[in-house]
Structure formats: structure tokens, C-alpha cells
Write a protein that binds this ligand. Structure first.
Ligand SMILES: Nc1ncnc2c1ncn2[C@@H]1O[C@H](COP(=O)(O)OP(=O)(O)OP(=O)(O)O)[C@@H](O)[C@H]1O
Ligand SMILES: [Mg+2]
Length: 434
């Protein structure tokens, strides 16, 4: 088989594989099995069955018997025969078989960016599902969680096979508030522990995907702590060097580390692709969401500097007002900062070490401005942290937000990521956004 590439106009091609043969298909592509049987990511496809591969993905297609496939390639798609050693799916599958020989199992998947963590996670889920094992996936990649908007981690039960975790919607969410795991690792750890507790009630196989931050001791220590806190039976590492390091850290603690090679040739995503994918996931949760305003007296607000500090008196507000040239409406004090809601200003900002505020940093939050902070609504029954977008804080209307959560909004947790009308992250994450 030689490499066939899709052009601007889609291209149809027919590919034959003898039993045991592998083809690598880069999306966008549609694969229909005409004869025989193939397997993609643990999903078996027989005669007349088909799958669609996104332009952001590539997969190994393995023939389980002599097979023929009709493949339609879109622009940038391709199908080719992997060189010896490039494809790793056989090794992956045999490790998953071993892991699934237990009755219950929790495993954490670790690896660098683009090493195949999300794909391996889906493979475990698919293979567990075909064995009737009730798999649950926790997507702990806080920057690009497939099940939730960025800055969240989330969990979903797998009830039908998936090629890409994005086909699923999270059932349980936890807000971390940042899209990089290193900023507040304790928040990520807390979030994953809570999801893990829920997951073990819901299924027998728990697979935890993690972010691609594996460079440096701190990164690996965080991965180890996650594995320990979740009581993982195995950590699967898709990189030899990282695997060795993690193994030295985790073996003394009784957690088995399994190192697997990553596929050598994959559909990589550049920065623009990643931005596009993040934007899609913000839209999925917030585009078309209803806007709700709740009076400040009837809502609990957590994760906010203004609402958690010691309230400032009228006199204190007045004395600060003179210096900042804006009228503060409300504000509060912490040991190291003062947070104020002010009447003017288009963007939140910080004045460093303002004397009138006792030499503290002063955070200014403009009332009524479009803040668009990625946040969560705390739902009563299930203790879920459902995605919400805080729109504005308004002394008259209260806290206004967008959410697709259908229940009553009584408590919110404020995140730190702000997004534009175009669903792109704006500014650097601040300590206090409200
Ligand atoms: N066995 C394979 N053969 C060919 N391509 C593969 C294989 N496994 C995964 N891929 C492709 O490799 C790319 C990276 O995989 P994946 O998204 O799972 O990696 P990741 O480690 O989760 O990346 P990220 O750090 O961005 O989350 C994807 O396009 C995926 O479709
Ligand atoms: Mg991933």
C-alpha cells in the first residue's frame, strides 16, 4: 500500500489488508468496511459498517481477517502502511488486556503532549466496555479536557464505544479555574480526588487521562500524587524516559508503572488547532446558554476575593476612591490584597501596593463590565460543579451569568480564566477576577 493523500476535493480509495495487517489513517476520513473485519481503537467493524475520523485525529486500523475498505479522504487526510516499529497498537492492546484481567481497576495515563494519552484512555474504555466492565473515564487534562470546557476536569461513564472522547459530554464536573496544571496543583488534585471517589461508585474500570506536563520534577511529582490520591493500581506512561522516572517514584509506594511506546507518526495539532479545539469546547457549554441574574443577597459566591475578605467600611472605600480616581461600590480586604468593585473601567486591573490600602495590591473589578469568567454553578443534589460563564457583577441586578444548567442557581464558584466574545482566552489569569 502506498501513501494516498486527500486533496481539496475528497478522494475515494479502496484499501485491502490481509489478516493482521495495519493501515494508518489520518483524518479527515471515512472508512467503510466492504469485506472482512477490522478493529480501530478496540472497536470492531464488520461488513457494511463505517466510522468517520476527524481532521484532528489519526488511527491504526487493524485487519482481523482479510479485509477490504472503502476510504474517503478529505483535505489533508491520508492512508498509508506504517513502517516497521511505527505502529504500537498491538503493544497497547496487550497491556490493556493485562490491566483488565482484574475485576476492578483504576489506572492513570501519563505522557508528553501528543503522545496518545487521550487515545489510550479511549482504548481502555472501549476494551473494558466490550468485556462488560462498566468503564468510567476521568479527563484530568485541565487545559484541553474533552468532556468539559478548558479549566475544568470531568468524568463520564462510557456506554458506547468512542473514537474520540470529545464525542462524550461530562456527567460530573470540577472547576480547577486555570488551564495550566502548575498554577494551582492543589485544586487539580482536589478535583480529581472528588471525581475519583464518584467514579469508583459508578464503574469497575476507572481510567484517568492527565495533562502533558511531564517536564521536571514538580510535574512528575504532581502525576505521582494524583496516582496515589486516586489509589491507582497502574500508571501507564507513553514515554520511556518519563516511565523510568515515574517508576522510581511510584514503585516504592506499591504502584506499578507500565511504560509503552507512543505511535511514531501521528496527526499533530499545532497551536492554532489547539486554540480552535478549546474554543469549540467553550462554545459547546456557553453558546446559546441562558443568562441569569441573581441578587447578591441570595447567592453564595466562592472563589472570589471580593466576597470572601473582610468587608471595607464606607470611610475606607472613600479614602481609596480619591487615589484611584474611580468610585468603589464595595470591597474587601485580605492579608495581602484589597479587592474592589468600582464604577468605571472596562477591564479588571491591579494597582500594586497602594498606600491608602495599607500597602496592599488593589484589584479593581469594574461593575457591569462584561467579565466573561469561566466558572461553575454548584448544584445541590449531586454536588456537581456545572460550567457557567460569569457575565457581570452589577450592584442592582446582582451576579449575572450564562449557563445551560437547568436548576436554580444558588451557589457559584468563580474561576480565573476570562474569555472573549470569540471564545478565546483573554489576559493573564489574575489572582482575583471578582
Ligand atoms: N496508534 C496510533 N496511530 C496513529 N495515530 C495515533 C495513534 N494513537 C493516537 N494517534 C493520534 O495521535 C494524536 C495524538 O493523540 P492524543 O490526542 O491521544 O494524544 P494526547 O497525548 O492526548 O495529546 P494532548 O497532549 O494534546 O492531549 C491524535 O491525532 C491521535 O489520533
Ligand atoms: Mg489528550
Amino acid at each position: 500500500m502506498k501513501k494516498t493523500r486527500g486533496m481539496a476535493v475528497s478522494l475515494s480509495t479502496s484499501v485491502t489488508l490481509s489478516s493482521g495487517g495495519i493501515a494508518r489513517v489520518m483524518g479527515p476520513a471515512r472508512i467503510a468496511v466492504r469485506r472482512g473485519k477490522v478493529r480501530i481503537l478496540g472497536i470492531e467493524l464488520g461488513e457494511g459498517q463505517s466510522v468517520v475520523i476527524s481532521r484532528f485525529r489519526s488511527y491504526a486500523v487493524k485487519a482481523l481477517s482479510d479485509s477490504q475498505m472503502d476510504i474517503v479522504l478529505g483535505e489533508g487526510g491520508s492512508v498509508e502502511e506504517p513502517e516497521k516499529g511505527e505502529e504500537v497498537i498491538d503493544q497497547w492492546e496487550s497491556v490493556v488486556e493485562k490491566v483488565l484481567s482484574r475485576d476492578r481497576v483504576t489506572l492513570v495515563v501519563v505522557g508528553p503532549v501528543d503522545s496518545g494519552k487521550s487515545t489510550f484512555t479511549a482504548l481502555v474504555a472501549n476494551m473494558a466496555l466490550s468485556r462488560g466492565m462498566e468503564p468510567v473515564v476521568i479527563d484530568g487534562d485541565v487545559g484541553q479536557c474533552d468532556l468539559a470546557p478548558p479549566s475544568f476536569v470531568a468524568m463520564a461513564r462510557i456506554e458506547k464505544p468512542v473514537l474520540w472522547l470529545r464525542e462524550l459530554m461530562g456527567e460530573y464536573f470540577r472547576l480547577v479555574g486555570y488551564i495550566t496544571p502548575s498554577v494551582a496543583p492543589y485544586k487539580l488534585l482536589r478535583a480529581l480526588v472528588e471525581l475519583g471517589r464518584e467514579a469508583t461508585h459508578l464503574g469497575r474500570v476507572v481510567v484517568v487521562n492527565t495533562d502533558g506536563w511531564v517536564y521536571g520534577y514538580q510535574a512528575l511529582e504532581l502525576k505521582s500524587e494524583i496516582a496515589r490520591a486516586l489509589n491507582a493500581d497502574y500508571v501507564v506512561v507513553l514515554d520511556e524516559v518519563v516511565g523510568k522516572k515515574l517508576s522510581r517514584m511510584l514503585t516504592p509506594l506499591g504502584i506499578e508503572v507500565i511504560t509503552l511506546p507512543r505511535p511514531r507518526v501521528v496527526r499533530e495539532r499545532d497551536r492554532d488547532d489547539r486554540r480552535y479545539l478549546r474554543r469549540q469546547n467553550y462554545r459547546r457549554f456557553f453558546d446559546g446558554a441562558k443568562r441569569i441574574c441573581v441578587g447578591l443577597d441570595s447567592i453564595n459566591i466562592a472563589g472570589s476575593c471580593v466576597f470572601s475578605g473582610e468587608p471595607l467600611s464606607e470611610e475606607e472605600l472613600a479614602s481609596i476612591a480619591e487615589r484611584i480616581g474611580a468610585r468603589p461600590i464595595m470591597g474587601s480586604r485580605h492579608d495581602d490584597l484589597v479587592a474592589l468593585v468600582v464604577e468605571r473601567g472596562a477591564e479588571p486591573s491591579v494597582i500594586p501596593r497602594l498606600r491608602e490600602a495599607g500597602g496592599k495590591d488593589v484589584y479593581l473589578i469594574p461593575a457591569k463590565a462584561r467579565l466573561r469568567i469561566v466558572s461553575a454553578v454548584l448544584t445541590n443534589g449531586s454536588r456537581n460543579e456545572y460550567p457557567a460563564l460569569i457575565d457581570s457583577i452589577d450592584p442592582e441586578k446582582g451576579l449575572c451569568l450564562y449557563t445551560k444548567y437547568g436548576g436554580e442557581v444558588r451557589s457559584v464558584i468563580v474561576g480565573r480564566v476570562r474569555i472573549s466574545e470569540e471564545w478565546e482566552e483573554v489576559g493573564k489569569p489574575m489572582k482575583c477576577v471578582i
